[in-house]
Design a protein around this ligand. Structure first.
Ligand code: GTP
Ligand code: MG
Length: 375
């Protein structure tokens, strides 16, 4: 099978290009409207020599499970091998993104080949909920209902099975009752670090009756220091400001009588590696600390994965997903957890301090991901 991408100003023009290039048997796999500068254009991915196209619906049903699907799997494996071999080689970045596109189209194609089973509907549901095609395909492929029929109960069975498998793959920190002594909140700009720190501080101080101290390393903006100072005042908690390693050490020493010390860090782009290095330096004190990486679900799956990857240089311990109330796409949580292999500690669900925070629960996260909503 040959898969190719075409750009054109309209569908008609794209079809002509495809027909001329791939012939009358070509099959359109996907179409997208894209923008480059001020001009919009469409991108069409097409293929030829597809067994699906050559068959009638009846014939297709006969040959899809065996020959068609196997052939496409072989194609996917082949493309994956090429992609692996190109990883890290900068001159091939363009080809890499093209290969990724092709793989995505193929995953969709495999999904549509299974049109007669509940699984393709589950696959589409996961992808439309923000999960990457590759992860959605991996989950669907593993489900034991792989040869399910098209009755509603088959769909429900497949959905339940996928939900369980997501639930099993999400870990939460073991220490549920005793808070860690030093807890650091890191993450990209505006994800909710300071707000979440205030929610957690209230929980520890009020619910667990712990002696809590706050440290901020965020002195970049006056407003940032004011924000945490206000929270500290309202809750009656002491606050120390630390701008580098030495003042951080001193602040920790001042809080030697505290059960729990919460540390706020400034928000900066995760692409700013000097900033990441600075946080890592400050945190490299002798006192061990648990670092939560905060990621807002209002970002795209791709951005979340990139941020999780960039912050891995700080060796964070767990993830807090924020702003669940601002989205209906929860699938990225599965991608991030699968890529980072980190547990999820909390979910935050609104701006209300201290109310809008909950301990992460794998079953609840799995339910959100398969699309059973926030409640
Ligand atoms: N909807 C919603 N908003 C939230 C949530 N958590 C935080 N926010 C809001 O997000 C905005 C930014 O929150 P901050 O706590 O200042 O975020 P930050 O990560 O400390 O920001 P920087 O320090 O500037 O990087 C504020 O308006 C918060 O009220 C949440 O769970 N849901
Ligand atoms: Mg902040």
């Amino acid at each position: 099978m040959q898969v190719k991408r075409y750009e054109a100003s309209n569908v008609q023009e794209a079809m002509e290009k495809i027909r001329t290039d791939l012939g009358d048997d070509a099959v359109v796999l996907s179409t997208k409207r894209l923008r480059r500068g001020k001009t919009t254009f469409i991108e069409v991915t097409a293929a030829r020599d597809l067994p699906v196209k050559a068959c009638s619906r009846e014939e297709n049903r006969d040959r899809t499970p065996a020959s068609g699907r196997e052939e496409i799997r072989a194609e996917i494996d082949e493309i994956r091998k090429i992609a692996e071999s190109l990883r890290g080689e900068n001159p091939f970045r363009a080809q890499m993104s093209e290969l990724k596109e092709m793989m995505s189209s193929l995953f969709d194609l495999v999904g549509s080949l299974r049109e007669e089973t509940g699984l393709s509907a589950v696959y589409r549901r996961l992808v439309s909920g923000g999960m990457s095609r590759e992860r959605a395909y991996g989950l669907v492929k593993e489900t034991p209902c792989g040869r399910g029929g098209n009755r509603p109960e088959d769909y429900e069975k497949a959905l339940r099975s996928v939900e369980e498998s997501i639930g099993r793959s999400i870990a939460v920190p073991r220490d549920r009752i005793d808070p860690d002594r030093v807890v650091v909140f890191i993450g990209p700009t505006g994800v909710g670090k300071t707000t979440t720190l205030a929610k957690v501080a209230a929980r520890y101080a009020i619910d667990f009756k712990k002696k809590v101290g706050l440290i901020t390393t965020d002195t970049y903006r006056i407003a940032a220091a004011e924000q945490i100072r206000t929270y500290a005042k309202i809750m009656g908690l002491p606050l120390e400001i630390a701008t580098e390693k030495e003042s951080y050490r001193k602040a920790l020493a001042k809080f030697s009588d505290k059960d729990c010390i919460l540390v706020d860090t400034p928000g900066r782009s995760h692409l700013d590696s000097r900033h990441l290095k600075k946080i890592a330096e400050i945190l490299a004190a002798d006192t061990p600390a648990r670092a939560h990486l905060l990621l807002s679900l209002t970002s795209s799956t791709r951005n979340l994965l990139e941020a999780a990857d960039r912050y891995s240089t700080i060796n964070y311990d767990s993830i807090i997903f924020t702003k669940l109330d601002e989205t209906r796409s929860f699938g990225a949580m599965f991608d991030v957890v699968a890529q980072s292999e980190k547990p999820v500690s909390y979910l935050t669900t609104g701006q209300n301090v201290p109310k809008d925070i909950e301990r992460a629960n794998p079953d609840r996260i799995a339910k959100l991901i398969v699309g059973h909503g926030m409640n």
